[in-house]
Write a protein that binds this ligand. Sequence first.
Ligand SMILES: NC(=O)c1ccc[n+]([C@@H]2O[C@H](COP(=O)([O-])OP(=O)(O)OC[C@H]3O[C@@H](n4cnc5c(N)ncnc54)[C@H](OP(=O)(O)O)[C@@H]3O)[C@@H](O)[C@H]2O)c1
Length: 301
Amino acid sequence: MRILVTGCKGQLGNELRRLLETGEAEIGPIPAELRDSEATYIDVDELDITDPDAVDAFFGAHTFDAVINCAAMTNVDGCEKVEDLAFKVNALGPENLARACATQGAKFVQVSTDYVFPGNEPGERVEEDPTGPISAYGRTKLAGEHLVLEANPRSFVVRTAWLYGYVGRNFVKTMLRLARELGGMTVVDDQIGNPTSANDLAYELLKLILTDEYGIYHCTNEGITSWAQFTKAIVEGAGYDPGIVTPCTSDEYAAAHPDAARRPLFSALRNAHLERTIGNEMRPWQEALATYLNNLPELEG
Ligand SMILES: NC(=O)c1ccc[n+]([C@@H]2O[C@H](COP(=O)([O-])OP(=O)(O)OC[C@H]3O[C@@H](n4cnc5c(N)ncnc54)[C@H](OP(=O)(O)O)[C@@H]3O)[C@@H](O)[C@H]2O)c1
């Protein structure tokens, strides 16, 4: 299988490369059919996905069976200030790729987010639940979902959440740095979601591209928590006293950080479509975090 990974220098792109190069995910070996796959990895320095002519030229010169788009503008607060640019990267870029894939009959994976939901009611969201983003990031990612599904019927839109990988910046690493440098942190305790290992997500994406079960998926580690409780697990797992985490409300956080984007209170996802199709092998988030903290010193990039 000829696979293209875009946004390869990001968190998820790096984990996809790790799995395809080693044949192993933390939750098991990748499908045997992918062991001899021919993978190409690119990032913005080689192809800016927002440039339709460049995308067409690239796909004119290369042919793929599946494209996994990990390229995105993921800075949720940053997207508020430059929504037009975020729309280009998170919506028009994926559309360019999906359209190019359609001309080759290639499958396309667009990774999306729990922030497409408004998050105003408790419980876990399934794929069919009504969307209604409350941030620029969520709006641009939702537009991307619609555009790729229209551009290529062979599209998988996979929503994930609270993602952390070994390479790149993420919440887990930030909390570890705050523990080390400041000895404590204040974290919101009323936003509920699913922390998710990029290594586990990469594994499910590779299983998905072997199928024809197109459509929208949720894919997060199992179990729900708040950012503050997640932080306690992070610092405790790294040997610090969880008492260094001070919980606060979203309103208190917003008062202290007036430029921050609004985030949904309840955006936990249920992997319902995965359960019905390839099976949901995602681990409990606590297990995935323990593996991550254990491996981080060796694999951090
Ligand atoms: N991170 C999360 O917590 C989270 C949560 C839910 C969903 N997601 C989704 O999961 C996917 C993977 O996220 P991630 O955390 O792995 O992202 P990431 O680490 O921010 O990586 C994204 C990569 O895309 C590149 N990129 C940006 N603009 C581009 C362009 N115009 N053309 C080509 N490449 C471009 C970035 O390059 P530069 O760094 O040079 O800009 C970066 O290497 C994204 O679709 C994201 O929306 C992430």
